[in-house]
Design a protein. Sequence first.
Lengths: 750, 53
Amino acid sequence: MNMVAVGRPLARARDEVARGILASAAEMRAEVRIDAAGTASLRFAVANVRCGGCVATIERVLGARADVAAARVNLTLRQLVITLPTPQTNALPIVEALAGLGFPVTPVTSFEGTEAGGADGSGVSKGLIRALAVAGFGMANVMALSVGSWAGAEGETRTVFHWLSALIAVPVVIYAGRPFFSSAWGALRSGRVNMDVPIALAVGLTLLLSLFETVSGGAHVFFDAAVSLLFFLLVGRTLDHLMRDRARSAVTGLVRLAPRGADVCQLDGSLVWTAIDGVRVGDVLAIAPGARIPVDCCIIEGMTDLDRALVTGESVSVAARPGDMLEAGTLNLTGTIAARVVRPASESFLAQIIAMQGAAENGRGRYVRIADRVARLYAPAVHLMALGTFLGWLAYTEGDWRRALFVAISVLIITCPCALGLAVPVAHVVAAGRLLRLGVLMKDGSALERLAEIDSAVFDKTGTLTTGTPWIADMAIGAADGAGALALARASEHPAARAIARYLEGAAAIVSEVKELPGNGVEGVIGGCRARLGRAAWVGEIAAVPAGMDGPVFGFEGRPAVGFALSETLRPGARAALKALQAGGVPVAMLSGDAAARVAGVAAALGMSEAVAAASPADKIAWLESMRGEGRKVLMVGDGLNDAPALAAAHVSMAPASASDAGRTAADFIVLRDGLDGVPQAWQTARDTARIVRQNFMAAFGYNIVTIPLAVAGLVTPLGAALAMSASSLVVIANALRLSRGKTRESAAA
Amino acid sequence: MTILAVLIPVALCLGAFGLVVFFWTLRNGQYDDLSGDAERILFDEDSRLMLNV
């Protein structure tokens, strides 16, 4: 790249920024998906579609447009699919029209950053629903035939019933049991035991025993038990998957912050939008105000202000000039700049953070879910008991192996962890629904288990305990200065200027010749006198600025200037959230990348005793590791790119919806509402859920304690097994539903 | 009891038919947007069908 060419593209970029078309059109085109039939479609997340009225409005308006072939809103997923007449259609006007209607949209690409793609996940759910339907069909029919046997069918009728049951049950178990068989096989092959091992064994052996009894004309078959067991367990598993799909689609719908491409200046002076992978070291990028920096680069032309809150946790925007380095993810606030790429996207600051996050996650991988911990004790105990029963009966009946095997398998059936298999997922699904009503999104069930265990919490400052918008504390300002400062503040989009404009509200002075100098401030002529609002040193060139001003300053030429003190706005509910955690016996601390003075100020305002300032991402991980070393289980709440590794390293983590993409990917929970109330509420829900899960396990064990002696004594009939199994499953489900009732009581009180 | 020889196959066929229809609805995307479909029935105008999701 030659330096000579740079001036022209920048002028052109400014030109295009003014018309508001830079990059977006090309970026939108990159999102168009073309299916096998050649139809081009775009998928958008529409966050504020709430009812049928919104659906009707969007579809009516889009349906009337010539550049839309078809449009359909999915209210459940809050998504919109637009089919374009041709793949070349420019979708940008459509997006702008939607924004004009009050529905800002974000393109949805397949879910990146997590294990499975969106299409993949829903495929698994559909398979489970199909298995569930087959199991339901089998259960109803086999049960109907079994009722005939229990009611006293004898002789040939009974034999025919048994054969019919076998004819239905065998294919049903083979089809509907696959999820359990394959999971159990996978666990055994890697030398582990999970809940699916006893399930698969019980179902498989029950089926074989019943087949054997049918062939040999025996009186008791357990086909109904095998099939209804599968049905109940599939209910739990399907609910679990649907919950995860829903959370996944909600996360996909959040506005993405990292840019996927950049405007690269060409030698002929034109700008070409290039996907992030195609940007090479040495390329010159044009970056507009309001855009995020796509890759690490170095400014070569233009002045601007930068918001680095998401990257470093600094709450105050900084001025940047040619020669300054920009990390990917920084927000460009005021000026258009040209910057030379210094590192490819794969080695950028963001990529280093992601690598760090991957390493930090290994610690969490050691967590074993409650159900699997139970299975580790339960499976060997049950299998030894069945073996003991078999040997005992063999000795007692002096070698009647058929009778001994029958009793041993009935022990397996009666102890089959049907209620245990349902105990956890049903409670988690109900809890996820309750959390969603509270505005908290849960990524999976294990996070809820981990959240219930926390014994300390640590919060990031900027963006988590505070919002990005600064405000001005009470101050004295003269009428002329106030009106002048307001007039200049309204001319700028800088966060500090907006805070001043909000604080000063009222009549503004009439100002002419306004110009904004990125990195310095705004200048204008008010009543024939030049005035400046901005950096203290810059205003000091024309006015008398008192020493020691670090906030923005306003002054008329040749007169004393007024300084504004910027404070950070606490997030609503931050104080209450911290208090609730402390009241529950969870000490809270602050871990921030910002300067010590500002950290101390916020800590004092919130009554936090422990606060670590100027922490780098590595410091944050080290702090969490030392806590882990002490055996502490830490909840981390953070939002920034710099928090992402710490979010992954903590025992469990939460992020606000405004967090960086990396932060949201790393966090277990996402708080969708503005306030922080969701944090203690989620913690409360997690503890309620843990209690319900414990009760469910107790109920399942209690039932086993009663029925196992009967089974060992050989007193269990197929009717008894069916009744006991259904009853225990219903008890567990009913108990889990109490979780959602607890919520309504709470909201009534609130 | 010979009536069972007719009734049981009939019952099984009906059940299997229901199962097949359920599979069809599932593949047809009829459960993709349950809350949306509940609202759609309230739309007044019979606008042209917007298929293709």
